[in-house]
Structures are given as C-alpha cells and as structure tokens.
Design a protein around this ligand. Structure first.
Ligand code: 13P
Ligand code: SF4
Length: 343
C-alpha cells in the first residue's frame, strides 16, 4: 500500500470548525420533560428519531433506533415514517436522503459535520482520479454525497475488506479518505496495489499506541477493541503479529462490529478504542462488564452538537433539512448499491 500526497494545499485541520462541546446541565426531570416533548412532536408529525452510537446518552435514549452510519440510513429507508430526525452527522443524513429521496430528513444542527469527510472534496477526487485513470475508487461512507458520486464503490468500516476483495486483483484501488482504515484493509486483504488518501478522523487519530500500551499495563487481561480509524492501528497490528500485544485479544472492529463482538465474547473487561458515546449503550446493555476508553478524550464535537433542545426546535420548524441534488444522488446511489450488493 502507498499513501498519496495531499491533493490540495489546504491542511486538513483548517477545513472545518470544531463546535464547542456544550455542557447542557439539565436535571433528570428536565431531560424527562424534553424527551416527552420530543415523543409528542414525533407523534403529531409521524416522525422517527434515529441516533448514532456516538450521540449524547439522552439523545440515544429518545431514539426509536440507534445504530452505525449505514444501519441508520437503511432504517430510514425501511421505515414508513415520512419524516426522519437524523441524530448523527451530515454525511450520514445525506446518505439517508439518497436512500429515501421521498422522505424529509432533518439534521437538528447544521454544524454536525465530520473532519474525515471534510478531508476530500469532489474536485480533489477528480484531480486524484485523473492521475490514475484506470484505478477503481472506493470511498468510505464518511464522505460527502458529491465525493460518493465520483466513486465506484462505497464501503463502511464493517465491509471495507469485502469491497476491496470484490475488485479484480490486478486493478489499482484509490481508497479514500481514511489512511488508517486503508492500512487495516491492505493488511487484511494482503493487497499491495491500494493507494490511500492521507485523510483521518481527528477523534480516532488521537487514539495512540501509547494509550494502548498504558491500558495493557494497567489491565493485562483485557480484550482490546480498536476502530480501524484509530491512529494506532498500524503499530497495533504489527504488535499483535510479533506477540507484544495478545493476538487473540486485539481486535480491529467497526462500531457495530464491537457491539456484536461483545455480545458473543465471554470476556468481562474491554478496552474500547473509539468515540466515547458508544460506552453508554455498552454499559446499559452489559451492566456486569467493565468498559474502559482507550483514550478518554476521544469525543466527537460534531456528534455532540445534537441536543434535546435542538431536536425539539428541528421538529417544530421542520429544519434544517438535508437535500442532495438528484443528479448527484443518482450517481452516489450507484456506489452505495454496489456495496450493498456485496453484503
Ligand atoms: P460507523 O460507520 O461505524 O457508524 O462510523 C462512522 C464514524 O463516523 C466513525 O467515526
Ligand atoms: Fe467524523 Fe470522526 Fe466524528 Fe466519526 S468521530 S463523525 S469520523 S469526526
């Protein structure tokens, strides 16, 4: 695998503004009242609330369904509700809008972006493709609709290796935008003709090898679960191979993959290397087990812009809505459908 040079001169960290993570400070009673208000508005408007695993606990609690990015979009497409309150980030709401063009998709806060999705634009992808005209383009689901529209396949962290294996072995792959996921996939598939875009998620990148080493020193018998976007994946994969990390207890899993794995694992202690929001559901579902964040600062400020107050405002005003232009949606849909056909 090789990593491409950045296409544009704009550094990734300057492409987005991180919103502050507000401390809401509601009492239990205030939370309950707001949740009841949301339920009432949903009944009046026949709306459904979908929430990603990284959302605030009180938002996850009010959701009709919690899931990973693809699962939520599929749920949006399958529901009979015409109005979807999407408690996640913009690229996810766009994917839902692509999969169900006749429904209204609300994203309660416009600031809910994604540093990883911001790392590549459609123009940059077109310029990259022009340098490798015969390559197959695989875009992670954390991309804008316009970038998906320029791609051959979409993938998620749960199915990236499967999508890569579907591409004939002699074809070069442009894999974007996450360089860490690209490293995991290259190792899992043994493929050397993957060219990785150099993007990253600012939250997962800060989950580092030293955090893992500290965790393993404190909890030597723990099961280690790492999202493939983490900054430490390459060194942890190498350490699992040379025995400095326990190979049978070092797992590289998507958000949904972690939840599934924990359901089946007999282990009692888990080190969780992803955004902290996932801990709420895990601790609720498995009160008899212990979950430790590999990096307790791994908080996605974009995800936390969605609050109960903003959900109420969004349901009252039916705004902000997420729309994808029909021509872009049609091309992006082809990349998504190619992925789904492999599932
Ligand atoms: P999932 O596809 O696992 O939901 O992940 C999306 C994401 O934003 C990871 O940081
Ligand atoms: Fe994007 Fe990272 Fe936040 Fe996921 S955790 S939404 S990849 S910024």
């Amino acid at each position: 695998m090789t990593t491409s040079q950045t296409i544009s001169s704009i550094p990734f960290d300057l492409r987005y503004t991180l919103p502050p993570v507000e401390d809401i400070g509601d009492t239990t009673e205030e939370i309950r009242d707001k949740q009841e208000k949301i339920r009432q508005l949903c009944r009046e408007r026949s709306a459904i609330v979908l929430a990603h695993h990284y959302q605030r606990p009180e938002v996850q609690e009010i959701a009709d369904f919690t899931g990973d990015s693809l699962g939520l979009c599929q749920k949006a497409a399958a529901t009979s509700s015409e109005l979807i309150v999407f408690c996640g980030v913009h690229f996810m709401a766009e994917t839902a809008a692509i999969l169900c063009p006749d429904k209204t998709v609300l994203l309660p806060d416009r600031r809910a972006g994604c540093s990883l999705a911001a790392s590549i634009t459609a123009d940059e992808l077109r310029a990259w493709k022009a340098r490798f005209p015969d390559a197959v383009v695989i875009a992670y689901i954390n991309t804008s609709a316009a970038v998906k529209a320029e791609s051959d396949y979409c993938c998620t962290s749960a199915n990236a290796a499967k999508v890569v294996r579907a591409v004939p072995a002699d074809r070069t792959i442009l894999f974007l935008p996450d360089k860490f996921l690209a490293q995991v996939v290259a190792r899992q598939t043994g493929r050397s003709n993957i060219i990785a875009y150099p993007g990253y998620c600012h939250v997962h990148r800060m989950i580092r090898a030293q955090d893992v080493a500290d965790m393993m020193e404190e909890h030597p018998d723990i099961e280690l679960l790492l999202h493939p976007e983490c900054g430490c994946v390459s060194s942890c994969m190498a350490k699992a191979l040379d025995g400095s990390l326990p190979a049978n207890r070092t797992l590289f899993l998507s958000t949904e993959g972690m939840l599934r794995h924990i359901n089946e694992s007999p282990a009692k202690e888990f080190a969780v290397g992803t955004e902290l929001g996932i801990l709420h559901g895990l601790r609720k579902q498995h009160p008899d087990r212990a979950f430790y964040p590999v990096n307790p600062d791994a908080v996605c400020a974009f995800m936390k812009t969605i609050t109960l107050d903003r959900i109420i405002g969004s349901l009252q005003d039916l705004a902000p809505q997420v729309h994808v232009p029909a021509e872009i949606a049609a091309r992006a849909r082809m990349a998504i459908d190619r992925m789904l056909q492999l599932a």
